[in-house]
Design a protein around this ligand. Structure first.
Ligand code: PEP
Ligand code: MN
Length: 341
């Protein structure tokens, strides 16, 4: 027994009684009130609930149906919540009609550069500023990021441009510092299965942007989202950023089919990062357009004013004027699929 569907006319009293009953069995609950139905998700070791106990719950007042989910994730599943999750961040709704665009450099390099990029992407229509202050670099000798100083520059950019901040957390030891600055915590591809880190960000009240692991299946990815949600943080945004395949023409293979696949399996918002997906700036625009056409709720795009001099990912960064053109070209595509940008 994992999900209990209530009858449309179930009273608050019946719900309270049911929750108490489940708690008396050492289980926790998560109540999700949809437009048509209220659903009670049961959290904990539900395998210990006997068939007799399950039958007793089935006949309780207000209960319509009791179901078991065979999937290894529950809170993230569409069965658990049929309505799309919309995550509000400083008056921006991620997962709503408007496509949210997170843009900015790969790494925060200095204050002047970040403030000028923030201004440019904002004027072009971006809705969030991004930039890494803690960078997951493959080589230990490559630029590792400015740390807290970089976080401060992101906040300066937010104050000047009004754009909320997205930045990556790599180590739970930096979580408290990060919470003071960022609006959304990014968990990078390399940490998608860092389960201790996932549990830590699951315990705070801050939306999490969870990137897909380099070699992870959609199912593994949803189980990672479940790790975060199981701790009480249900504000998870999934970000497809390309996976490793035998193909070498692009940095990764952007799996755009993951977008409609996820839309069937989960209620969580899904965004696409074509920059890391393809690794080459001239391939970013066509894949960004395809992502919007495929139903993505948002995009994450790397933008740099001088890509040749960038301290990381210059080859995949758009110059501000190319980003501006892309934002214009995305408008009719968004409209064609019933969205706005
Ligand atoms: C990034 O967003 O700059 C980044 C490092 O992404 P990923 O974790 O997808 O490689
Ligand atoms: Mn990058």
């Amino acid at each position: 027994m994992d999900i209990i569907v209530l009858r449309p006319d179930a009273t608050e009293e019946a719900l309270r009684h049911l929750v108490k009953k489940l708690e008396s069995k050492g289980l926790r609950t998560n109540v999700s009130r949809g437009t048509e139905r209220t659903i009670v998700g049961v959290i904990g070791d539900t395998s210990k609930v006997t068939e007799e106990e399950e039958d007793a719950i089935r006949v309780m007042t207000g209960v319509e149906n009791v179901m078991r989910i065979i999937k290894p994730y529950k809170l993230a599943s569409r069965e658990f919540k049929s309505d799309n999750t919309i995550i509000e961040v400083r008056a921006r709704a991620i997962g709503g009609k408007k496509i949210q665009v997170i843009a900015g450099p790969c790494s925060v390099e200095n204050k002047t550069m970040l403030l000028s990029i923030a201004e440019e992407v904002k004027n072009a229509g971006a809705t969030f500023i991004r930039g890494g202050a803690y960078k997951p670099r493959t080589s230990p000798y490559a630029f590792q990021g400015l740390g807290e100083e970089g976080l401060q520059y992101l906040v300066d950019a937010r104050e000047k441009s009004g754009l909320p901040v997205v930045t990556e957390l790599m180590d739970p030891r930096d979580l408290d510092v990060m919470l003071k600055y960022t609006d959304i915590i990014q968990i990078g591809a390399r940490n998608m299965q860092n389960f201790r880190l996932l549990l830590e960000v699951g315990s705070v009240k801050k939306p999490v942007l969870l990137k897909r692991g380099l070699s992870c299946t959609v199912k593994e990815w949803l189980m990672s989202a479940e790790y975060i949600m199981s701790k009480g943080n249900h504000e998870v945004i999934l970000c497809e950023r390309g996976i490793r395949t035998f193909e070498t023409a692009t940095r990764n293979t952007l799996d755009l089919s993951a977008v409609p696949v996820l839309k069937n399996l989960t209620h969580l918002p899904v965004i696409v990062d074509p920059s890391h997906g393809v690794g080459k700036w001239d391939l970013v625009a066509p894949m960004a357009k395809a992502a919007v056409a495929a139903g993505a709720d948002g995009l994450l795009i790397e933008v740099h004013s001088n890509p040749e001099e960038a301290m990381s990912d210059g080859e995949q960064s758009l110059k501000p004027h190319d980003f501006r053109r892309l934002m214009e070209e995305l408008k009719p595509i968004a409209a064609a699929v019933g969205r706005e940008i």
